[in-house]
Write a protein that binds this ligand. Structure first.
Ligand code: MN
Length: 219
């Protein structure tokens, strides 16, 4: 299948604010991003840049820093590199309708290979993440078809606590899902029920709206 044809086929670009493919690659060509997405179910879209696209997995429970925990990761269609900065609302009734948050981003390094695409084809990729929330060594292993497992390797960054609870808000704008929905004209109630974890107390850190430049964007 031609590059990103599945991505394009699933979306109507006059209806959704999601980006069409433009950029060929990021500066580092090794970007990773995790988007917290309240569609029909809450999940975390885990994306690694390889071969000019974001290879993508939907992780229902999100990543865990506990090396004894295996998280189901369903491989989904490749996304354009431009998608990494998308935070906002996909209209109800459209594919993936709901609220999207950039939960973490940064760069990654494949371990034991230079050919990430080949490793993914073979069904096993070890890599280390250098994100704002997630760091250290990880592995993705295919169990069957589109079904994979995401696991943390034991290292300095291992932790028993649930990182999705400790760090629930956007890494770009510090907003919760409900706040993003509120700012971008989405369904606030749905976004809030999709994110039942405690909304963090206001710490005085100002949230920014979409379109205001984040202070840091390293990829
Ligand atoms: Mn999704």
């Amino acid at each position: 299948m031609p590059v990103l044809s599945e991505y394009k086929k699933k979306r109507k670009f006059d209806k959704t604010p999601e980006p069409g493919p433009k950029k060929k690659h990021s500066r580092t060509r090794r970007m990773f991003v995790i988007q917290k997405h309240r569609a029909s179910q809450l999940h975390y879209d885990f994306r690694l840049e390889a071969g000019g696209v974001l290879k993508s997995w939907a992780v229902p429970k999100g990543p865990s820093l506990d090396p004894t925990v295996k998280r189901l990761a369903m491989q989904v269609e490749d996304h354009p590199v431009d998608y990494a900065k998308f935070e906002g609302v996909i209209p109800e009734g459209e594919y993936g309708g709901g609220t999207v948050m950039v939960w973490d981003y940064g760069t990654y390094k494949p371990e034991n290979t230079d050919d990430v695409e080949q490793a993914i084809k073979k069904g096993e990729l070890k890599f280390s993440l250098n994100g704002k929330k997630l760091k250290g060594s990880w592995v993705l292993i295919r169990t069957r078809d589109r079904q994979w497992l995401l696991m943390k390797h034991r290292d300095y960054y291992t932790m028993k606590d649930d990182v999705t609870e400790i760090a629930p808000v956007s890494i770009l704008t510090r907003r919760t899902l409900a706040e993003i929905a509120e700012d971008e004209g989405g369904n606030v109630k749905k976004a809030a029920t999709g994110d039942p974890r405690r909304i963090p107390e206001r710490t005085g850190v100002k949230r920014r709206k979409q379109g205001q430049k984040p202070k840091v964007w390293t990829t």
